[in-house]
Design a protein. Structure first.
Length: 145
């Protein structure tokens, strides 16, 4: 069994309890690739770039979604225009917003840009809001048909 990280072991020690083995020593985190991360990421970025995502946004997608980018790629095959950034100041694409609506049950534009991606932390102003609201409304309408 793998040893728990030092911080975790120290906290359990303060509580007077044994830390036990770290569950992720034998079971990878959700979204972790089978190959080495660097090999997987290089291939994933190339796939996303081929689907029209710019390189910076593609890198961020791999870091935020892991192997879940397969779902993003499926959305990009459905509508290639969703490879466009929501706002040029931040590396988030429209397909991520659609994914948040369809798969994560985002309930509003604010839910998307505050909870699903840190857009409001990285972008000044809200020039992106009208287009994202239209996308949200379209997706909501299609979900309720």
């Amino acid at each position: 069994l793998a040893h728990p990280p030092v911080l975790v072991a120290g906290l359990f020690g303060l509580l007077g309890r044994p830390a036990g083995a770290a569950p992720t020593a034998a079971r990878p985190l959700p979204g972790a690739p089978q190959a080495t991360f660097e090999q997987w990421q290089s291939h994933a970025i190339a796939e996303l770039a081929a689907a029209g995502v710019d390189l910076e946004a593609a890198r961020w997608l791999t870091l935020r979604h892991g192997t879940g980018i397969e779902d993003i790629l499926a959305l990009l095959r459905e509508r290639p225009a969703w490879a466009t950034r929501i706002d040029e100041q931040a590396p988030f694409v429209l397909a991520e917003a659609v994914y948040a609506i369809r798969a994560e049950m985002a309930g509003s534009v604010d839910d998307i840009v505050r909870r699903r991606m840190p857009l409001t932390l990285l972008v000044r102003g809200e020039a992106w809001r009208p287009a994202l609201q239209r996308l949200f409304d379209e997706e909501q309408a299609s979900l309720h048909r």
